[in-house]
Design a protein around this ligand. Structure first.
Ligand code: SOE
Length: 387
């Protein structure tokens, strides 16, 4: 076992939306969790020197770098955290694994299944710990939902129903950013937010057996432009470019346990900023969760007394709920940013305790196989079996 508070030295590649979320998680982790390792924010890397220098100063990194390879070559770095656009994940992760660094990367793992499998091979061959940032698994209410299902509280599962609804690109003037270019992002709403719903379904009720899907790109041309942080962007309407990914996807799925699944991921659901939600219906009850009410879980149990049945709210903010007890006694309320603290806490515990935490690159490969099957189904208009 590692001695208490041993330093773990982080090198981050990327610095925008997820760079901010992960930087915050490393810095706030010691406030809430007695992790055996203490993260040290050694270096943050990005191509735009002025922007990455600003991130270094704002997020509290010791130094900045404009060449990610130099970060990987440093022998005073133990972990590489990849928060860059999807097309760079494979090259960076494989180089980091070959340099003996533990790796955490944002989702989706890669652009293709082939890339994802090569990443998994590299981390296994080099015996480094690895994790993919499906942070919604670490919401206390979602962890509690998993506990209820594992205890058989809802019995045999019949339905898994998930919607991940956003609306930040409905405006046709929203520019053609990297998330809308296939060669950079791999897919659109499917891989960016649908990937989270697919991962949660695997986490909560098990593996998929087959899928069928349809996809749509509502706005085909957009002004050239780039992200300016978070989900904001600036563009130049004098030059237009082709959107090469899906704006929305609808999936019907079957699970190995016989359950039916329906999934929707869209960036065109006006009024829904980040509505990641699911409902699970079983023989003995149902569970539903909504990111926009993230600290609570709605449950229905068929064996509640007659006349007293119906969905009721469980506040997953008690000491007994996973992770919640670490927060302020006045209600243990958490936010989006805390899910990254929980995931990174588990990642560092895996490194300290020499066990492979989850979700990891195995999960990333399974997610990538689902993404590719869904795209193939939409293109060929047929069911696709998952091997
Ligand atoms: C944009 O859709 C995004 O930032 C996703 O990339 C994140 O994974 C999700 O947590 C919030 O929305």
């Amino acid at each position: 076992m590692v001695e208490r508070n041993k330093s773990i030295r982080i090198g981050m590649i990327g610095y925008q939306f997820m760079g901010k979320a992960h930087s915050h998680a490393y810095r706030d982790l010691p406030f809430y969790f007695d992790n055996p390792l203490k993260p040290e924010l050694k270096v943050i890397a990005g191509r735009n020197e002025s922007a990455v220098k600003e991130a270094q100063e704002k997020f509290g990194w010791e130094s900045y770098e404009t060449d990610w390879l130099k970060v990987i070559e440093r022998d005073d770095i133990d972990v590489i955290d990849i928060v860059t656009p999807n097309h760079t994940h494979a090259e960076i992760a494989i180089a980091a694994a070959e340099a003996g660094k533990h790796i955490i990367t944002e989702k989706p793992l890669a652009l293709t299944v082939d890339e994802a499998q090569k990443m998994l091979e590299a981390v296994k061959k080099n015996n480094v710990k690895h994790m993919i940032c499906h942070n919604y698994r670490f919401v206390p209410a979602v962890q509690f939902a998993k506990k209820l299902i594992e205890e058989g509280k809802i019995g045999r599962v019949f339905h898994y129903r998930a919607n991940y609804l956003q609306d930040f690109i409905i405006d046709p003037n929203f520019p053609l950013v990297w998330r809308l270019k296939k060669e950079v992002s791999g897919s659109g709403a499917l891989g960016d937010i649908g990937a989270h719903s697919l991962d949660l379904a695997r986490f909560l009720i098990g593996e998929f057996s087959e899928v069928t899907a349809t996809m749509e790109t509502f706005i085909k041309q957009r002004p050239i432009g780039e992200m300016t942080g978070g989900l904001s962007a600036k563009g130049d309407s004098s030059k237009m470019g082709e959107v090469t990914v899906d704006d929305a996807v609808a999936v019907i799925a079957r699970f190995e346990n016989g359950a039916l699944g329906t999934f929707e991921a869209t960036r065109f659901a006006g009024g829904n900023r980040n509505k990641n939600k699911f409902e699970i219906n079983g023989k003995k009850g149902s569970i539903r969760w909504d990111m926009e009410n993230m600290n609570n879980l709605e449950v229905y149990f068929a064996d509640d007394a007659e006349g007293e049945q119906g969905f009721r709210l469980i506040n997953c903010t008690e000491e007994t709920h996973p992770y919640a007890g670490a927060y302020w006694p006045a209600g243990h309320i958490i936010g989006y940013e805390h899910t990254f603290i929980h995931l990174i806490d588990e990642f560092l515990r895996g490194i300290a305790g020499d066990y492979q935490p989850a979700p990891n690159f195995e999960d990333g490969v399974k997610n990538q196989i689902l993404l590719e099957a869904i795209e193939k189904s939409a293109e060929e208009r047929r069911w696709i079996k998952l091997d």
